[in-house]
Design a protein around this ligand. Structure first.
Ligand code: DAT
Ligand code: MG
Length: 303
């Protein structure tokens, strides 16, 4: 160390010592049990080598706690919160009550009926044989669609011919029926916003050679005659197919625990800010319970 540096070091030594002492005092003040067992000493040798008799640096007597410290901090003065304006509060509360009444009658009911659109999806025998059932169902579940019916069955040729009746004149029809009856299938009903159209998008084009990567057919099959999955192509055919494959009692009414995380309008427990921008934008009645409940304020901010 140069002479100049040493000089500068010694000039600062007492300031450094003071800072170090203050630090250890503070530290020992936090660790009451340790300091009791430590030998009392007023000095700390910060420059002691390891060879010297060890003296714990945390040996400074804790500064006696000032009585003032124990006093609870004065509570911050409450600033009177400005009451938010919410002109249609009564209407909103009425709507919420009415909705809860309806929901208790039918646990599957959603605020927005568009979220209850249903499509008929069927995993074909090749999907079952190839162990793709889980993967394909996962895609619908992960997307946010709700499974309301599902079974694992061997379909009769009669049922399959009815299902594919619009294709009865096609040359591939006999082989289609034979293949569809050659092993178990997994007919299902999935529910959600635009379930029919989105379901078709997820399936991809009929012929896998034209299916985009990322679609079920685009990712999981090659040949049109083994295209792993069926999906309704319109609302009408969805209704027809669901009725063909399922009895009404085989379709479950249930409200998914994640529904409010998939659909903004389905939030029940949270109270959006009285005049939330999205509600104003959508021009819809508010989804609200108690506007003064701030327990979900973080989420309100995120909305
Ligand atoms: P999709 O299943 O996409 O609704 P579709 O209703 O026209 O298609 O036909 C029903 C099934 O028939 C289809 O998934 C696979 C089979 N298929 C269609 N065209 C075919 C062809 N040219 N050769 C063999 N099978 C075919
Ligand atoms: Mg079709």
């Amino acid at each position: 160390m140069s002479a100049l540096a040493m000089e500068s070091f010694w000039l600062n030594k007492s300031a450094c010592d003071d800072a170090e002492r203050a630090y250890y005092e503070k530290l020992s003040g936090c660790k009451q049990t340790e300091e009791k067992s430590s030998p009392a000493s007023d000095e700390v040798d910060l420059f002691a080598s390891d060879d010297e008799a060890t003296e714990a640096p945390v040996s400074v007597k804790p500064a006696p706690k000032a009585k003032a410290e124990k006093k609870p901090e004065a509570a911050p003065k409450k600033v009177a919160a400005e009451a938010p304006t919410w002109p249609n509060k009564a209407e909103c509360n009425d709507a919420e009550t009415k909705f809860q009444e309806e929901l208790s009658k039918n646990p599957g009911a959603l605020r927005n009926k568009a979220y209850e659109e249903r499509t008929f999806i069927m995993l074909k025998p090749d999907a079952v044989q190839r162990g793709l059932v889980g993967e394909i169902m996962d895609r619908f579940e992960s997307r946010g669609f709700k499974l309301v019916a599902c079974k694992f069955m061997a379909a009769s040729k009669e049922l399959l011919m009815t299902h594919y009746s619009d294709l009865s004149k096609k040359g591939f029809f006999p082989e289609l029926i034979r293949y569809m009856a050659s092993g178990p299938v997994v007919p299902m009903v999935w529910e959600g916003l635009n379930a029919v159209k989105q379901g078709r998008m997820m399936l991809g084009a009929t012929n896998p050679k034209d299916s985009d990567p990322g679609t079920i057919r685009g990712d999981l099959c090659i040949d049109v005659g083994r295209n792993v999955i069926h999906g309704s192509d319109s609302l009408e055919s969805a209704a027809k197919e669901i009725a063909l494959w399922f009895k009404p009692e085989e379709i479950s009414q249930w409200r998914s625990a994640q529904v409010e995380w998939c659909y903004e309008e389905e939030e029940l427990a949270t109270a959006p800010a009285p005049v939330a921008s999205h509600q104003v934008r959508a021009g819809q009645s508010s989804v609200c319970s108690d506007p003064w409940d701030t327990s979900h304020s973080a989420r309100q901010v995120l909305i």
